[in-house]
Design a protein around this ligand. Structure first.
Ligand SMILES: [Zn+2]
Length: 140
């Protein structure tokens, strides 16, 4: 676990984020909100491509590791690279969870769970808000 008061490659004031993001994006990315299940635009997306941070554009996940978890949010079993995301222990909601943030700008992406028995190579589920990401479809 890394400290939360580190500096990021992309660092903006709260006012800047508020101005650049939509209210819904701001609430999730900067206030660690969670979008409602089954409504996110990428929940069932199977398009090949790379998912980038909607706040800063850093590439975070690829469609290669996206799997159908039926949990209501886009789910991946691995980030694009080990250092593309960071992990913060989250004890809100009365349970211990691991928050996933963009390592480039510190924006909230979702949570990661493991040992749930999903049939994937890592037995992990990166449960990520659609609104935290922008899909860049692969070039054909
Ligand atoms: Zn970012």
């Amino acid at each position: 676990m890394k400290s939360t008061d580190r500096s990021y490659a992309v660092s903006k004031s709260d006012e800047q984020w508020r101005a650049e993001l939509s209210p819904a994006e701001y609430q999730v990315l900067r206030k660690a909100g969670t979008e409602r299940p089954f409504v996110g635009e990428y929940t069932d997306t199977t398009t090949e491509g790379v998912y980038a941070c909607r706040a800063c554009g850093a590439e975070l996940f690829t469609s290669d590791t996206k799997f159908e978890s039926h949990c209501g949010w886009p789910s991946f079993y691995s980030p694009l690279a080990g250092d593309s995301v960071e992990y913060i222990e989250d004890r809100s909601m009365g349970m211990k969870r691991v928050e996933v943030r963009c390592a480039n700008c510190g924006s909230h992406l979702g949570h990661v769970f493991e040992g749930e028995g999903y049939d994937n190579p890592t037995d992990q589920r990166y449960c990520i808000n659609s609104i935290s990401m922008t899909l860049r479809p692969a070039q054909r």
